[in-house]
Design a protein around this ligand. Sequence first.
Ligand SMILES: NC(=O)c1ccc[n+]([C@@H]2O[C@H](COP(=O)([O-])OP(=O)(O)OC[C@H]3O[C@@H](n4cnc5c(N)ncnc54)[C@H](OP(=O)(O)O)[C@@H]3O)[C@@H](O)[C@H]2O)c1
Length: 327
Amino acid sequence: MLAAELTAIGPAHEVVKAVEVDDPGAPKGDEIVVRLSACSINPADLLLIEGKYASLPEVPSRLGIEGVGTVEAVGADIDHLAPGDVVLSLGRTNWAHKVVLKGTQAVKLPSDIDVEQAAMLKVNGATAFRILEDYVDLAPGDWVIQDAANSGVGVNLIRLAAAAGIRTVNVVRRAELIEPLMDQGADVVVVDGGDLVERVHAATGGAEIRLAVDAVAGSLVRRLADCLASGGVIVNYGLLSGQPCEITADHLVFKGLSLTGFWLAKVASGMEYDQVAAMYQGLAGRIQDGTLSVPVEARYPLERIEDAMRHAGTYGRDGKVLLRPNG
Ligand SMILES: NC(=O)c1ccc[n+]([C@@H]2O[C@H](COP(=O)([O-])OP(=O)(O)OC[C@H]3O[C@@H](n4cnc5c(N)ncnc54)[C@H](OP(=O)(O)O)[C@@H]3O)[C@@H](O)[C@H]2O)c1
């Protein structure tokens, strides 16, 4: 079987290789073997590979933060999963034909779930869900503003918010995204620029906005801060611009804004298995009821891992890039 291996720290399309590895064989008592169906390639994977994430990965090491597959075999001590079950992997080495997981690293999903959509839940679905839940008490009719609104997180946030009656202002950097995001349920879509605050004010009728969700950082944080009502909260969860978050003392002192950070890995590490499973099963239900759906731009087999890495690392995409390890 093949597994993606990190051969060095560097550009993903150069250093990630599909290598032949031994089949896992029979699982130990508390383990399961999962045959992977679909795996998302996220910016966090690419940052890790490039040595720009929270910690440096070992070289060589296996890769792939997200994956959904079918249980092939279970160890003698496993009673909550059985062969044939569709599971979301909580492991971080999912870019492979098969992976061995502890039973507590897999969450059972509905057997008829769309595996591609499910393969985008663990990171981006959960991030959008938690950010909407955890920072500002939002009620139907309230407004939220976010940037990188066409990203996986952004589309999930638009759709979760719309289903809850929460209205979204969505900042993008390309005008061609306005129509597709309105189709996803966005209330307002604006292209970033110096007069962002005036255009947001005009489009929302001067609505009070108390939550800003930011993946870009840099000067856009200042423009988001200008759009917020006094006492509002900016939640930064990404560093797409590579720049530090800009905010003024006026924003913090006179306007009373707060700027905080969200990291799903940290949030999840503070949760019990049952809580994590319940969160993902709840989000899976939102795929099943049509609330969550993220566009996919391309699918690759493991044999074309370099092409998949190069594609995932390009911006201006129309959706996520997925691996389909077993076709
Ligand atoms: N903190 C956490 O726990 C957490 C969890 C999930 C994701 N994230 C972060 O969230 C961000 C989005 O992830 P994703 O998987 O949703 O992304 P994605 O679906 O792969 O989409 C990438 C997005 O980044 C935008 N972008 C890239 N470079 C940019 C720049 N310099 N300025 C503005 N926008 C830029 C792209 O815009 P175009 O389409 O115009 O190129 C696109 O909207 C990433 O930074 C990721 O690391 C963090």
